[in-house]
Design a protein around this ligand. Structure first.
Ligand SMILES: Nc1ncnc2c1ncn2[C@@H]1O[C@H](COP(=O)(O)OP(=O)(O)OP(=O)(O)O)[C@@H](O)[C@H]1O
Ligand SMILES: [Mg+2]
Length: 312
């Protein structure tokens, strides 16, 4: 369902609905953890532990943002976005952080030509996602928070704490209108180029640790995401998970479930292209060479793992 313009004579609120109304979809909010788990699986094809969902819901009820921390490809971003969407009953906003993210990029700025014409007023002000989120009462996923500057993090904390955004140039304060305006932040502390999070920051968030799933759960994740026509036999899927398990121990590039899913999907396509109705070891090995080879000096490690598990 599309968001319809608010019955509001506030110019800026109207503008937010005009800009974001057609991309933000409304749906029935779901805030019961058990039901959320079911919808995450059925609609979003995400397998999420009820414990994780309950922790997030408890944090939201206590008005706290949640930090998802863990290795790449473990579903932090997709799960965060989906939970925020279900909680608020409308699509979440995503802020993909980088060093030069600042208030002008997330709250709003003035269009230079319009400012010349109309001055620094609401007419020339362009609202950005964070301001839109507070006005539309939507959730915000702050992706890769460690890539942002300390200044940006402090600005976020102030907004999260006080549930309001101040735009001094317009002499305006925008307050959260409901409970939909919540935050999930993601981070992978082991990735390159990651900054530290300050104690002030950590004090305010609750942290949920993500990790590689146990083998049976990873198999379920691959199954739910597998979309090729060729059958992927259980036995081969088990072996794929053994291979990624070995690489997580031995290799510097550690494949996440996202890599396992991609590996399976490409192998499935290769089998189809060969006119085969069933994925064979050959498809898996060839797909591994494009999905799991990440660094030239680690190709041997991948080959060794494949040989150990598949033989040959
Ligand atoms: N629990 C899960 N349920 C379903 N799919 C999953 C799950 N975990 C990982 N995946 C797979 O991984 C992909 C999502 O990974 P996502 O980008 O959300 O991970 P991430 O932890 O944010 O990684 P990064 O640290 O690289 O940003 C999905 O598209 C899916 O293929
Ligand atoms: Mg991510």
């Amino acid at each position: 369902m599309e968001l319809t313009a608010a019955h509001d004579d506030d110019k800026l609120v109207k503008k937010v609905y005009e800009i974001y109304g057609s991309v933000i979809r409304e749906r029935k909010p779901i805030r019961n953890p058990r039901e959320m788990v079911k919808v995450l699986r059925e609609e979003y094809k995400l397998i999420v532990d009820e414990r994780v969902v309950s922790l997030v819901v408890a944090a939201f009820m206590a008005g706290r943002p949640v930090l998802f921390e863990g290795p790449p490809g473990t579903g932090k971003t997709e799960i965060g976005e989906a939970i925020l969407t279900l909680w608020a009953g409308k699509s979440a906003f995503i802020l993909p952080c980088s060093e030069n993210y600042d208030e002008y990029r997330v709250i709003g700025d003035f269009h230079p030509l319009m400012a010349l014409r109309y001055g620094f007023t609401e007419d020339s002000f362009i609202p950005r996602p964070l301001l839109a989120a507070i006005i539309l009462d939507a959730g915000v996923l702050v992706d890769e928070i460690r890539r942002s500057s300390e200044e940006f993090q402090n600005m976020l904390l102030d907004i999260i704490d006080k549930r309001r955004i101040v735009v001094p140039e317009l002499k305006r304060v925008f307050r959260a209108r409901g409970v939909g305006f919540q935050f999930i932040l993601t981070s992978n502390p082991e990735d390159i180029g990651q900054g530290e999070l300050s104690d002030a920051f950590l004090r305010r968030v609750v942290r949920i640790k993500f990790d590689y799933p146990p083998p049976d759960l990873e198999a379920e994740i691959v199954r739910i995401r597998y979309d090729a026509g060729a059958v992927l036999p259980d036995e081969l899927l088990g072996k794929m998970i053994e291979v990624v398990g070995i690489l997580r121990e031995k290799s510097a590039y550690k494949p996440g479930p996202a890599d396992t899913v991609l590996w399976a999907r490409i192998a499935g396509r290769l089998a189809e292209l060969r006119g085969s109705r069933r994925v064979e070891v050959r498809d898996l090995v060839e797909a591994a060479q494009i999905v799991l080879y990440k660094r030239v000096d680690e190709e041997d490690v991948v080959d060794d793992a494949l040989r150990r598990v598949f033989g040959g």
